[in-house]
Design a protein around this ligand. Sequence first.
Ligand SMILES: CC(C)(COP(=O)(O)OP(=O)(O)OC[C@H]1O[C@@H](n2cnc3c(N)ncnc32)[C@H](O)[C@@H]1OP(=O)(O)O)[C@@H](O)C(=O)NCCC(=O)NCCS
Length: 146
Amino acid sequence: MPSIIIRDLRIEDYDALIALWQESKLPFKPEGRDRKEKIGKEIQKSNAIYLVAQLDSKIIGSVFGTHDGRKGWINRVAVAPAYRRQGIAHRLIREAESRITNLGIEVIACLIEDGNLSSIEVFKSLGYSQNSPHLLYFSKKKHKEA
Ligand SMILES: CC(C)(COP(=O)(O)OP(=O)(O)OC[C@H]1O[C@@H](n2cnc3c(N)ncnc32)[C@H](O)[C@@H]1OP(=O)(O)O)[C@@H](O)C(=O)NCCC(=O)NCCS
């Protein structure tokens, strides 16, 4: 029985990662923050906990954990449709959480689109709770595709 490993993202995984996000219908910014050279630079930084799930030579899951020294963030959780409901998202998120909490960070957060029920259930089942139904997400971008 082949086993799934959770490991750090390498830049050689980039095309497989993009294919996974496309297959998972995860919104991403190929001309902006998700372009290859940008991710290549980010994975060299100490606060990038970018992980993939690998089965044999296939990338079947991803999570991007980050932190700002105060709060941790979980982003880009995706599992290929054929491998869902096997606990792979749990494993990915738990590994990212463990690396973040080992740094002494006590709060981990994520942003979930309203209506993304599978994602809501995954995070609820890991002990996350919604802080306020009234929070609005604001951001400021250097350019439209960022
Ligand atoms: C969300 C997603 C990552 C879940 O991946 P997964 O590997 O299937 O999740 P897990 O197997 O670890 O699920 C763990 C638990 O979460 C809950 N859960 C997961 N998917 C669920 C669903 N579709 N409906 C209800 N509960 C669900 C269940 O409690 C599940 O435990 P169980 O299977 O024992 O009942 C996957 O559905 C996906 O890639 N979705 C598209 C991309 C996306 O929306 N990402 C999130 C962005 S915030």
